[in-house]
Design a protein around this ligand. Structure first.
Ligand code: BEZ
Length: 396
């Protein structure tokens, strides 16, 4: 009798698994006890400080709500993804298969995100993207269980081109790391800049995370464009701004960028960052009670200043709290109710209020900023309630 019941329950489990792809890890996940939260982030390499800021932000949002999710205690699991795309699937499976997390929070690097996306789609585990802007995640490969709290790579740069043309810069050179984030940021830049009447005279690139910029800076000097626009982030962004100044280009050819260029690295870049103009969905200097309070609390808790990555982490925490509360902590069992709550979320963020698009990406304001006295100062709103196209996504 016992063995027959065992066989029956196994066949029910297998039938369930077959109907939702490879959902076995989900079935094995405990419905009670501690809720298992997995961080897959870079803790080493050029994006290490971005990973730390995101984790800080998530923990801060959850701690503000009593340190529980939907009434359940939490157990955290961590994997350093090293910003290494080749290990993306293996690392995501460490959290999903081995640690049996109820939610996977990650990551920063677009190439690594593609590995997470595959594991998320195959397993059905709730996946929250706190940074990586790779288009496919909320376009052709979008999924009911994947939600992004950050941006798509083209979102900040779509608004950059028109701002440059409005400042009289009609001929630009684009320079970036050649991987999905840089290539897709270029897509947004090209669309916005050329529609506004600008001409891109040259597109330059180097492999991620290479920081040997010298030869490319010499080429820019020879091309003499009206301005330069770029995508770099983390430690490499600070070095790019320092090298740009050291090459004698600062003050001669204005430097613009997707806002990651000046996020979290202004101190490291020093005077080279002053005057750099960027577009981004956040700014340190947003003068709202929400942002002021967030910055005070973050600095007090972590003894460092927050940046856009900390805000994205914080918003990921807010979204998770909201979803977990809606299903009383049962993230794996009450999926339709969970997804409905996440899809209709209105996040009261330090960046300003934002909502989820049908493809599960933020609809948000993009600010025009300039670095002044070591801070990203808001010059205005470059694009109001900007949504990504979500092309190819069949949700909703
Ligand atoms: C990305 O790879 O998607 C990315 C990394 C750092 C900053 C912004 C985007």
């Amino acid at each position: 009798m016992t063995s027959r019941r065992l066989i029956l329950s196994r066949s029910v489990a297998l039938a369930g698994a077959a109907s939702c792809g490879l959902c076995l890890p989900g079935l094995a996940r405990a419905q009670s006890g501690k809720l298992r939260v997995g961080f897959m982030l870079p803790y080493t390499g050029t994006y290490a400080q971005l990973g730390v800021a995101i984790e800080n932000g998530v923990r801060m949002a959850i701690d503000e709500q009593g340190g529980r999710l939907g009434g359940r205690e939490i157990e955290y699991f961590k994997v350093d993804d090293e910003s290494e795309p080749a290990k993306g699937i293996e690392n995501a499976n460490k959290l999903v298969q081995r640690d049996k997390v109820d939610v996977l929070i990650g990551t920063v690097h677009s190439g690594v995100q593609m590995g997470i996306q595959k594991v998320a789609r195959d397993s059905g585990v709730l996946s929250l993207i706190p940074n990586a802007g790779v288009h496919a995640a909320t376009r052709a490969l979008c999924a009911p269980n994947v939600f992004r709290t950050s941006f798509t790579n083209a979102q900040p740069t779509l608004a950059l081109g028109p701002a440059m043309v409005a400042r009289g810069h009609k001929k630009a050179v684009w320079i970036t790391w050649k991987y999905a984030a840089g290539d897709e940021a270029y897509e947004g830049f090209k669309e916005g800049y050329t529609k506004a009447g600008g001409t891109i005279v040259k597109e330059l690139g180097l492999p991620f995370p290479n920081v040997e910029f010298q030869a490319l800076l010499t080429e820019i000097a020879a091309l003499k464009p009206d301005a330069v626009a770029c995508f770099f982030a983390g430690g490499g962004a600070a070095k790019f701004m320092r090298d740009y100044a050291a090459a004698g280009l600062k003050g001669k050819i204005p430097l613009y960028g997707s806002g990651f260029l000046t996020e979290g690295v202004i101190e490291a870049a020093g005077p080279a960052a002053e005057g750099v103009i960027t577009t981004m969905h956040y700014s340190d200097s947003l003068d709202t009670p929400r942002n002021r309070q967030f910055r005070l609390d973050y600095a007090k808790t972590f003894k460092m200043q927050p940046d856009v990555y900390a805000v994205q982490g914080y918003d990921t925490g807010l979204l998770l709290v909201l979803g977990a509360n809606a299903v009383k902590g049962d993230l794996s069992g009450s999926k339709p109710a969970l997804y409905k709550a996440l899809e209709s979320a209105v996040i009261d963020s330090p960046r300003g209020r934002w909502t989820m698009s049908r493809a599960h990406n933020p609809v948000q304001d993009i600010y025009l900023r300039v670095v002044e006295k070591g801070e990203n100062k808001v010059l205005g709103v470059a694009a109001k309630a900007l949504a990504d196209s979500g092309t190819g996504c069949r949700l909703g």
